[in-house]
Design a protein around this ligand. Structure first.
Ligand SMILES: [Ca+2]
Length: 321
């Protein structure tokens, strides 16, 4: 008997996991529903209906375990984003949206090429906005991905509030596997906190309004401390070369003067008290060293990765040419 049970369990693990997750019967899900009813006045019966239809997306669980930023080196990561096609389409995007981009730059100090590069890296300028049900992905990550369940349950809460605020049916909203939405791939809490109505039609629409998307990306950076006219990164020389750091400290933590004493030098002169972080990458031609400045850190507030910030910055330079 025990042997049989064991065999069934093993078989169960080998078979593809069922997509029907029976979330509605789970205590932790019901506790979440209680909270939504109590804190935000949601209708319990409606929430139960949505949750009863929610699917566990096993592909989402696989994807979250290995994001490109964590598994690729710079020399593998860079060509994904610095493709000629992405550069050409970026120039086209800037040409078509020049007035909006210039207005956003004037108001926030965030260069139009940085705004365009973000949208290019995220969704190919709105061409790939994601096809995963955001509700299903947030249910999956919130209730079946223990390492970050707290974060994703909070995003799920924001998502339900957002759907109510922008008046869109919960089941119809699509996005990335991690619940990022629209042309700039804002997660729900960011959408609620940083999206702006830049075309003045009374709605914050990050799916179809280029104006709202451009204004919102610029606002996101402004709110995270973008320095008007400030540098992003500067190429650096170091006394002793090391290999690509698996985890770069993203936040500037050492002054330019201290770096100089450690033998980390740049061609451009900065004031002694400017803070920076050392970024060490494995490029096509070997190890590269960079000093990341405040605006580098601000780009990583969009995606907590040095590779991501480097790709956005370098794409933005290509869009200028
Ligand atoms: Ca709008």
């Amino acid at each position: 008997m025990r042997k049989l049970l064991l065999m069934l369990v093993t078989l169960g693990l080998l078979l593809p996991l069922s997509a029907q997750a029976n979330y509605v019967q789970r205590k932790d899900v019901q506790a979440f529903i209680d909270k939504m009813v109590k804190d935000h006045d949601f209708d319990r019966a409606v929430l139960n209906q949505w949750v009863a239809k929610a699917k566990r997306l096993d592909g989402v669980l696989e994807a979250i375990a290995k994001p490109a930023e964590k598994t690729l080196t710079w020399k593998q990561y860079r060509p994904i984003f610095l493709k000629q096609k992405r550069i050409d389409q970026g120039k086209e995007f800037i040409q078509k949206n020049r007035a909006l981009l210039e207005r956003a730059e004037k108001e926030t100090g965030v260069p139009k090429n940085i705004i365009a590069a973000i949208i290019g890296v995220e969704t190919y300028y709105g061409r790939h906005k994601g096809k995963t049900s955001v509700f299903d992905s947030l249910m999956t990550l919130g209730f079946d991905y223990p390492p970050r369940s707290k974060f994703f349950r909070s995003e799920l809460e924001h998502f339900l509030l957002l759907a109510r605020e922008v008046d869109i049916e919960v089941s119809s909203i699509k996005g990335s596997y991690a619940g990022a939405m629209g042309m700039p791939q804002f997660i729900s809490s960011s959408y609620r906190a940083y999206a702006v109505d830049f075309d003045g039609d009374g709605k914050r629409d990050l799916w179809d309004s280029n104006a709202d998307v451009i204004g919102s990306v610029a606002n996101y950076f402004k709110k995270h401390g973008w320095q008007r006219g400030g540098d992003v990164v500067q190429s650096a020389r170091v006394k002793q070369s090391t290999k690509e750091a698996t985890r770069t400290k993203l936040k500037p933590h050492t002054s330019i003067a201290d770096f100089r004493h450690q033998g980390v030098l740049t061609n451009k002169a900065y004031a002694d008290d400017v803070m920076a972080t050392l970024v060490t990458l494995e490029g096509v031609d070997g190890i590269e060293h960079w000093l990341g400045l405040k605006n580098f850190y601000v780009i990583t507030r969009y995606n907590h990765s040095a590779l991501y910030a480097m790709a956005v910055y370098q794409l933005s330079l290509e869009l200028e040419k």
